[in-house]
Design a protein around this ligand. Structure first.
Ligand code: MG
Length: 381
């Protein structure tokens, strides 16, 4: 029987790669729902190819346009309400959450509440609501399958192992476009330069996060929740070739790594085909051609966002919520030319420092903190 799949954010980078994977998996996958923010043309195209039961267009002004251009048999839901409703439906086997930023958090919770497993690319969900998500999972038994390449690697390395034998995990990161750039020129970094990632082709938000290395910081927090680890068990190593996607080190000194070409279709497919690794039609790894794999320590002076994320993880409670939302707002301000690249960590640090800390925020408190943080960042800048 085929697996019934809902794709949240189907017109984004993860969504499009998921559809390519679905094409590869053929009859094994049935696409039931597709959702898009405002890319109506792409959504229409996808709906006409995959014939889902329903689609969601978040931008309300496009709803008639979408309806006019897809078969009548496909329902069209609208806005954030439509997205949350689709996310909460239990007539699917798995939800791919490829949404961008904190907007992806509530849909993750809705799907898990409905008892549906989530293939999670939206790392902000766990960064903001790790504890809430943990308790929902316990209640309904639904699972999260990581899609982030590093976490997929750790997941694959942990298969067949006992977590209590693991001393630490080593998350690899490419180092982004500014790894070798002189720190004295960081104040001149333009959005165009920051959007030019050397290895991975991704959406704008995550590409800027890779340039500041906040992406790696968020991944540290994500790993804590996915695998039940402490901050001091999660290490970062810079690996510019992006071939080793992450590693685990056991107490006896044995290290296990997962390798592959930097192609998101691999972790996406594994999240859908788990526990099997099935045939694929894309380029595979040629180590002889690559020849050298290199490693270096992360540079905390150049990339203060990494330390901010570790600090937020140690502080716990509401701090990761504020860290995440402040980062998101600062990234958009940078992209809009309102602040400099080097201001991004400053904005985050200040916002985390002044917020009113809560030990165990509920979902409502997290949503309130999201609004507070958004207002705060946009008022003082
Ligand atoms: Mg990643």
């Amino acid at each position: 029987m085929s697996k019934r799949l809902s794709i949240l954010g189907s017109t984004g980078s993860i969504g499009e790669n998921t559809l390519k994977v679905c094409h590869n998996l053929g009859d094994e996958i049935e696409i039931v729902y597709l959702t898009a923010n405002k890319n109506a043309d792409k959504l229409i195209k996808q709906a006409n190819v995959f014939h889902p039961k329903a689609v969601v267009i978040i931008e309300e002004s496009f709803v008639e346009y979408v309806k006019e251009n897809i078969p009548e048999s496909i329902d069209v839901l609208v806005g954030r309400t439509g997205l949350l409703e689709i996310a909460g439906r239990n007539d699917v086997d798995i939800v791919m959450n490829g949404l961008v930023g904190s907007a992806g958090m509530e849909p993750t919770i809705r799907s898990l509440e409905a008892g549906v497993n989530v293939a999670l690319s939206n790392k902000e969900s766990l960064v903001m609501a790790g504890s809430v998500i943990e308790s929902v999972k316990k209640k309904t038994g639904a699972k999260i399958f990581p899609v982030d390449s590093e976490h997929s690697a750790i997941w694959q390395c942990l298969t067949g192992e006992d977590l209590s034998d693991v001393k630490k995990i080593i998350l690899t990161g490419s180092g982004g476009p500014f790894r070798t750039r002189d720190i004295n020129t960081f104040s001149e970094i333009t959005p165009k330069e920051a959007l030019n990632h050397p290895n991975w082709n991704m959406g704008n938000k995550i590409t800027i996060d890779s340039a500041t290395m906040m992406n790696k910081g968020l991944e540290v927090i994500e790993a804590k929740w996915l695998f039940g680890l402490e901050a001091n068990q999660i290490e970062i190593v810079i690996h510019p070739e992006s071939i080793i996607h992450s590693m685990i080190e056991f107490f006896d000194g044995s290290v296990k790594a997962q390798l592959g070409v930097p192609d998101m279709k691999i972790p996406i497919q594994y999240s859908l085909s788990f526990p099997r690794h099935v045939e694929a039609n894309w380029e595979t790894l040629d180590l002889v051609k690559i020849k050298n794999l290199t490693f270096e320590a992360p540079n905390f002076d150049k990339f203060p966002c990494i330390k901010l994320a570790y600090d937020a993880l140690k502080s716990g409670g509401s701090t990761p919520v504020v860290l995440n939302v402040a980062n998101e707002q600062a990234v958009y301000q940078f992209l809009n030319g309102r602040i400099k690249f080097i201001d991004i960590p400053k904005v985050i640090e200040k916002t985390c420092a002044v917020h009113q800390w809560i030990a165990e925020p509920t979902l409502d408190e997290i949503l309130e903190l999201e609004l507070w943080t958004t207002d705060f960042v946009n008022e003082f800048n």
